[in-house]
Design a protein around this ligand. Structure first.
Ligand code: SF4
Length: 213
């Protein structure tokens, strides 16, 4: 795919949604960090249901640490993998208190050192809480990048690096959200909605004509 097409794709996605953001509810970098840790292999809707009850009670490292693993589990037990997530969140709170003055660090290295925080979670926090042009490649972004030809790659790291290199700078900060939302609602996994897709004429997916109706 050439640069002109890529620019046109993101121009259209931006026109349709000028200020995109995550669908996770949060009101501070700490709330975002915990929500993203909880969201691994879970839906944003499911995480929001849990954090809507948790955050009014505890939304600081000290307050969640004070709940303890068992106390936290009561709030997040509807989310997949809640046992290990509860342990990771409590350990993360401890590290934030001990090593970061109870603040969420804004570097990849420090974020990835926190229990339960991998490259993808760090990228979401760097991008969404701190406005850094990091690209968290989830299943939606991986699929859309490959299908459309925006940034094809064999694995998420390859796609991430290509996206950061190839997306025009003016779009880089918000591209992550546009691609996720496009994958979640239009370029869906089993039956992409090519017939109503705003970038259909630019997309290089060979089978798109099978999904135009
Ligand atoms: S045309 Fe189809 S495959 Fe291409 S981006 Fe749109 S929905 Fe996805």
């Amino acid at each position: 795919m050439n640069k002109q097409k890529r620019t046109e794709i993101f121009t259209r996605l931006r026109d349709a949604n000028p200020n995109p953001t995550t669908e996770l509810n949060y009101s501070s970098p700490f709330e975002l960090l915990i929500a993203v840790i909880l969201s691994a292999q879970a839906t944003d809707v499911g995480v929001n249901k849990a954090t809507d009850k948790l955050y009014p009670v505890a939304n600081t490292p000290e307050a969640i640490f004070a709940l303890g693993v068992d106390g936290l589990k009561e709030y997040i037990k509807t989310i997949g993998l809640f046992n290990s997530k509860a342990e990771n969140v409590i350990k993360t709170c401890r590290m934030l208190i001990d090593q970061h003055g109870s603040e969420v660090p804004d570097t990849r290295e420090a974020l990835e050192a926190l229990p339960g925080v991998g490259r993808k979670t760090a990228n979401v926090v760097l991008n969404t809480a701190f406005g850094q042009p990091a690209m968290a490649v989830d299943t939606h972004i991986f699929r859309v990048s490959n299908r459309t030809g925006i940034a094809p790659g064999k694995n998420v790291l390859e796609v991430e690096k290509r996206l950061v290199r190839l997306i025009p700078k003016e779009f880089l900060l918000d591209a992550h959200h546009w691609l996720i939302l496009h994958g979640r609602y239009t370029c869906t996994a089993r039956k992409p909605k090519c017939g109503i897709c705003p970038i259909e004429d630019l997309c290089e997916f060979k089978q798109k004509r099978d999904y135009l109706d």
